[in-house]
Design a protein. Structure first.
Length: 356
């Protein structure tokens, strides 16, 4: 309606003014790109989850559930709200003055609907939850621990505000979309903290049900929209049409990838739970901690680097193959982090001691 158009216009005008102000500063565009990239939900899988596993196996389980559910909810909300993005809206609106050019960068052209911001919502929920969990372990002890706990939470909030600003600056989101992401992130974080023990103690069956529900639930909403005559994929042709460079439009920013990622990672976690229920091996990451921390961290970084490098698909492959490979790739992540890395670290350590 006209009220939504007015909101879009106001937010786009603010984005245009921010770009004119910030992009005058040398290197500001690269800084905005770097912060936005660090706020990518993929970073939560690549850094937050392994980091949580190093602290405690229970925290690792909780964080994987939180990451996957935050991403799932983000996609569901995007498919329900069907928000535009600034970089294509300015080309479609009759209100927007043609002399006001919204600048795009190579990570601007995301293909999903814009509301709420996934970077803000998922990253906010995940980093607030992980710092809150660490803080709850530290708070009962010395004053320096309490100060460290508060500092961690403050750092997470500052980082999130920087991500929020970068998303507006690169014209990927309207301001109301990042604010919506922030509100949902805070709400989801409070819910996750309330059900803390349930997430930490999640069994094979409950995680498997979560995995199946996340995939089926998201696609059910998609097909209901399609059946009622709406096109949830409306944003993909808009991204292809209005992106300044066609090479900037990637398959890895579509909502379908997010569904594969959340469902696949939960399925992988369920399989790991099943393996661990039948065997005492491997040791937990945090059992090798802190005395063997350097070896464990080195093996973890190497394992994650290889995981991230594997299956880096080109744009010339079929969509079905890309999404299937992505599902398998994210299903393998919990296996690498909770089983393969501790086994390799233990192998390295036992051989080191044999040598000595």
């Amino acid at each position: 309606g006209s009220q939504m158009e007015s909101l879009y216009f106001y937010d786009a005008a603010t984005c245009w003014k921010l770009q004119r102000l910030f992009y005058k500063l040398p290197g500001s565009e690269n800084v905005a790109i770097a912060i936005s990239t660090l706020g990518d939900p993929k970073i939560c899988y690549l850094i937050a989850y392994p980091l949580a596993c190093l602290i405690s196996q229970k925290l690792g389980t909780k964080m994987m559930c939180v990451i996957a559910w935050a991403e799932w909810l983000n996609i569901v909300l995007k498919w329900l709200l069907l928000g535009d993005r600034p970089y294509w809206w300015v080309h479609m609106s009759s209100q927007w003055p043609t002399d006001r050019v919204i600048h795009q960068v190579y990570i601007t052209c995301e293909t999903g609907p814009g509301n709420p911001s996934g970077h803000v919502m998922i990253t906010g929920c995940v980093w607030w939850t992980i710092t809150s969990s660490v803080s709850s372990h530290l708070n009962n002890k010395t004053q320096s621990n309490r100060l460290l706990a508060k500092s961690l939470q403050l750092l997470a909030t500052i980082f999130l505000i920087m991500v929020l600003m970068s998303r507006v600056l690169i014209a990927c989101h309207f301001i109301h979309q990042v604010v919506m992401g922030l509100i949902v992130a805070l709400t989801l974080h409070k819910i996750c903290d309330h059900y803390d023990k349930w997430f930490e103690e999640a069994s094979f069956k409950s995680v498997l049900v979560m995995s199946l529900c996340s995939g089926l639930g998201a696609f059910s909403i998609y097909f209901i929209w399609t059946w009622t005559g709406f096109n949830p994929s409306f944003s993909i042709p808009l991204a292809q049409k209005h992106c300044a460079n066609p090479n900037w439009v990637h398959l890895d920013s579509t909502p379908y990838l997010s569904v594969m990622r959340s469902s696949g990672s939960l399925f992988g976690l369920a399989v790991c739970k099943l393996i661990q229920s039948y065997t005492t091996l491997p040791p937990k990451c945090n059992d090798l901690w802190p005395s063997h921390a350097p070896i464990t961290i080195v093996v973890m970084i190497l394992g994650l680097y290889l995981w991230n490098s594997a299956l880096m698909m080109g744009t010339n492959i079929s969509h079905l193959l890309f999404y299937t490979a992505s599902y398998i790739r994210y299903a393998l992540l919990p296996f690498i982090v909770t089983i393969l890395v501790p086994m390799c670290a233990q192998f390295v350590l036992s051989n080191l001691y044999n040598i000595v």
